[in-house]
Ligand binder design. Structure first.
Ligand SMILES: [Fe+2]
Ligand SMILES: [Fe+2]
Length: 198
């Protein structure tokens, strides 16, 4: 006999924020979403790691660390969700490992403003990406995806905050801001599109 408490425990341990897929199409859609979200959070962690490698001891260090800590929580959550649903991460993680770190470190070498410009560019891209997922899930079946939507919305709000933090800390004052931002966002678009599939 199970007590109510242990039934609750078993339920919460088996139950993911993702509903058990009804068919192949849904399974594929959700797998793609989880894979790219996980890749994004992984890449974000590597970017902040790169920024910290350069700016750890600067005045901006604690601010970057704070944002990185939130990215660690995002990544941990997606690690769990992928495992629970037996979704394999993108095969490109080793690439995002290096590319993220190099992007973070090289923009940080331009100074605090460079790091913040990078943050604005990346976080704006991730925010837009999460918003488009939210739109898709709302159009499909908001009831069915309530819990997943909750997770994405919470993370989206964090990413928006990171974006605003970047702007508040002089991202736009770096020479060539527009070009830098545009180039980084182009890279994000490519990364998002390939991480869904590969
Ligand atoms: Fe994040
Ligand atoms: Fe973020």
């Amino acid at each position: 006999k199970f007590s109510n408490q242990s039934v609750g425990l078993i339920y919460s341990r088996c139950h993911s924020v993702i509903p058990p897929p009804r068919d192949n199409d849904e399974k594929e859609m959700l797998d793609r979403m989880l894979r790219v979200d996980h890749a994004g959070e992984y890449g974000a962690n590597r970017i902040y790691a790169g920024q910290m490698a350069i700016l750890r001891r600067s005045q901006t260090g604690p601010l970057i660390q704070e944002m990185w800590n939130q990215e660690k929580k995002h990544l941990e959550r997606f690690n769990e969700i992928l495992a629970e649903n037996r979704v394999r991460p993108t095969a490109l993680l080793p690439l995002w490992n290096i590319a993220g770190f190099v992007l973070g470190a090289s923009t940080a070498l331009l100074g605090k403003e460079g790091a913040m410009a990078c943050t604005v560019a990346v976080e704006e891209s991730i925010t837009e990406h999460y918003n488009s997922q939210i739109r898709t899930l709302m159009e499909k079946d908001p009831e069915r995806y309530t819990e997943f939507l909750q997770v994405i919305k919470e993370f989206r709000d964090d990413e928006m905050e990171h974006h605003d933090t970047g702007l508040e800390h002089d991202a736009e004052s770096i020479p060539g801001y527009w070009l830098l931002k545009t180039a980084i966002q182009l890279g994000c678009k490519v990364a998002i599109s390939v991480s869904q599939r590969i």
